[in-house]
Design a protein around this ligand. Structure first.
Ligand SMILES: [Zn+2]
Length: 427
């Protein structure tokens, strides 16, 4: 990611967070300490430094025994998935989609997410709007539209519909783009990297929300996948792939894709292969359980509900299988439309098969590593960016304190600046 910068000219802002109980993003052991933030960076972590470091230019923030931890990272979001039905989303004017994206990001920050990885849709303009302060949201790692073959998971034309040919593409929506052939893939990937993509997203199997494809179909030819992986790697970026069925997961790993999304039908031998090859996997449970509960009432198409039924009962077991195999597991919610309010359902669902500190490590330090920012984000450590949240309660013992739309996330620092502070803080 881009190196941290400090505003030129002005004095460096200093904040001492005192009486903190710190979850550092990795260790299940909490420690009582003070934390000094100078500018955008954590510069000192030691008990009792508040007095030493106090001064006219230093703000002292009393954490009062609440939990201080790294800001959460959601490694699978779609700011531009405005409606629960992706076909309906693509029929909306982009101005409306962008305003809804702002709502999604601001609510996400309020819940304690200081970084999101937008794996389809999110683009240069969205990241710029956050960076310039137009949106009070998490920093955005983006790829642009997710890439799909004709008739694949990103082709939102219902069967029988011809559709428009926009900019030479068979289909180009707010979240996905159809690109066929190794040559065209290389060209579009170069274009996305030119626009600041930090990774490339490929659809390599069928999916739930797409109207015309079979969930278990393997998508893109080996030749196309190898070209995409090569083109992306040469630019120092990585490919991540949407994939559900076990054989497609195995094929993706064998073709050298370093990161996978969902992997909901993975078996133990394939999980072992993922662990052995160091393939990162980001399971997405919140979208499955939220659609299961609310999808039918909110207009999720029947064909997609039928496909959902094939993964909803095994998805949790799939995560358990990956935990047991020792796969590097990120954490992402993948919520569509207004279901984004269930973002922390991902933490709760993972808590059913993993200890809470492991779930929180996935959502902080492990996710940071998957994003390629493991040396600056996701930990409370000297030299790391000060993305910190103050939580009223102990999420390491009870993940539900992060639920309820951030009502117990009392304060959020992003890049060393306050972006949320509750007016009344319980003593
Ligand atoms: Zn997704």
């Amino acid at each position: 990611m881009e190196p941290a910068t400090t505003r030129p000219g002005g004095p460096v802002q200093r904040i001492v967070l005192t009486n903190a109980v710190v979850f550092d993003g990795r260790s299940p052991e909490l420690r009582e300490t003070d934390v000094l933030v100078e500018g955008e960076t954590i510069t000192r972590i030691e008990p009792g430094i508040a007095k030493e470091e106090a001064g006219p230019d230093t703000e002292v923030f009393d954490v009062r025994g609440r939990t201080l931890m790294p800001g959460l990272i959601d490694a699978h979001t779609h700011a531009y998935l405005t409606e629960i039905d992706p076909i309906a989303t693509d029929r909306l004017p982009f101005s409306y989609v962008a305003h809804d994206a702002r709502r999604k990001l601001e609510e996400s920050l309020n819940r304690g997410y200081t970084t999101v990885r937008d794996v389809g849709g999110g683009d240069y303009g969205l990241a710029m709007a956050v960076e310039r302060g137009l949106i009070n949201g998490p920093r955005v790692f983006y790829c642009g539209p997710a890439l799909s073959q004709t008739g694949g998971h990103g082709d939102m034309r219902p069967p029988g519909e011809v559709g428009d040919h926009v900019c030479g593409a068979t289909y180009h929506g707010h979240v996905t783009q159809v690109v066929d052939g190794p040559h065209e893939l290389r060209r579009v990937i170069r274009e996305q990297i030119r626009n600041g993509a930090s990774f490339i997203k490929l659809m390599v199997s069928g999916g739930v929300a797409s109207p015309g494809d079979d969930l278990t179909a393997a998508q893109y030819s080996d030749e196309e996948i190898l070209a995409a992986v090569d083109e992306t790697r040469r630019s120092g970026k990585y490919v991540t792939a949407h994939v559900h069925p076990d054989d497609a997961v195995r094929r993706a790993i064998e073709l050298g894709i370093p990161c996978l999304e969902h992997a909901s039908l993975i078996t133990a031998p394939t999980a072992a292969l993922a662990a052995e090859t160091g393939t990162n996997i980001v399971p997405t449970l919140a979208v499955i359980f939220a659609l299961q509960r609310f999808g039918a009432d909110r207009g999720f198409p029947q064909a997609s509900l039928d496909k959902l039924a094939r993964i909803q009962d095994t998805a949790l077991a799939g995560v358990e299988t990956m935990v047991r195999a020792g796969v590097t597991l990120g954490l992402g919610s993948d919520l569509l439309g207004s279901l984004d309010r269930y973002q922390t359902l991902e933490l709760e669902s993972r808590g059913k098969v993993q200890p809470a500190p492991d779930v929180l490590a996935s959502a902080t330090s492990v996710n940071a590593g998957i994003l390629g920012a493991g040396d600056v984000l996701g930990r409370v450590e000297v030299g790391y960016l000060a993305d910190l949240i103050v939580v009223d309660g102990r999420p390491t013992e009870d993940l539900s304190v992060l639920d309820d739309d951030g009502s117990r996330v009392d304060a959020v620092l992003k890049n060393g600046s306050w972006v949320k502070r509750r007016a009344t803080v319980p003593s």
